[in-house]
Design a protein around this ligand. Sequence first.
Ligand SMILES: [Zn+2]
Length: 327
Amino acid sequence: MNTSELYKCYKTKMQKIADVKYASAVLQWDQETYLPPKGNHYRGRQIATLAEIAHEQFTDEHLGNILTDLMAADNLAVTEKRNVQLTFEDYNRNKKLSPEFVRKMSEAVNRSFHAWIEARKKNSFEIFVQPLQQVIELKKQEADYLGYADHPYNALMNDYDKGLTVNITDNIFKNLLPSLSELINTIKNKPQVNDDFLYLHYPKDDQWKFGTELLSRIGFDWKAGRQDISEHPFTINFNNADVRVTTRIDENDLSNMTWSCLHEGGHALYEQGLPAEQYGLPLGEYCSLSIHESQSRLWENCIGRSLPFWEHNFALAKSFLILSWLQ
Ligand SMILES: [Zn+2]
């Protein structure tokens, strides 16, 4: 096979794996939005089975051989070369985990998710303790399987931000700390802003419509996504033309829904902007969770909490929420 045929073969394999992963993501989304409580157990195993299948496909020797050949090729385009390098790294990492372990982890994470939902509803940490401990134990095992230098979390951090370590992160925060505490003190010593209006009673429907309009205004593409309600707001994507966000509405706290809409909207804009032709390949996915979070925080904090943003959107807020203000 010549390089271009090999690359095509690699791409086909990766896109099939992506199909399985994103099918699992749809089940995940459904679980956090509409799944009736009695369906938890079987949903957990369905997601675990798909995780196991995706892992088996990804760690298949045939894909490994293709990647080894492509790594040695000198006639790949820059983007192709980068895809191959990143996949090869991931491949070698994943080879260290058995399909059984991947399944066990998926089931444990799922159990802890449902325990967390129940714990949150009943305001009882007790319910969450044991499932959380199980996940932590498995994560420690995972770090051992993957191998690490200096700190076990270095092995796991790599999944979110390649190359980031506990040491680098500690230094970033150590340097930020003095100026941040100074800033907080300056704010604390200023006259406090009266934000009582945020805590009036705002009916769910009015908040929902307002949030939806805010998402439209920041550019969320409703033909390539949707919004629903969940226990904890999140963004999930199945490709760049289907990006789902969720929000949470507290009728006595307008800020909850407003900032979560802008925050998740920021994540969603990033996902909707990813290159479609790279579906299933590393360059078609977010490059790191830090970059992802920078996009949500940009919209939530830098833009969404700025005076110009609210000067522009105040009329909109009034049109949806004025009745609450008048009561
Ligand atoms: Zn976020």
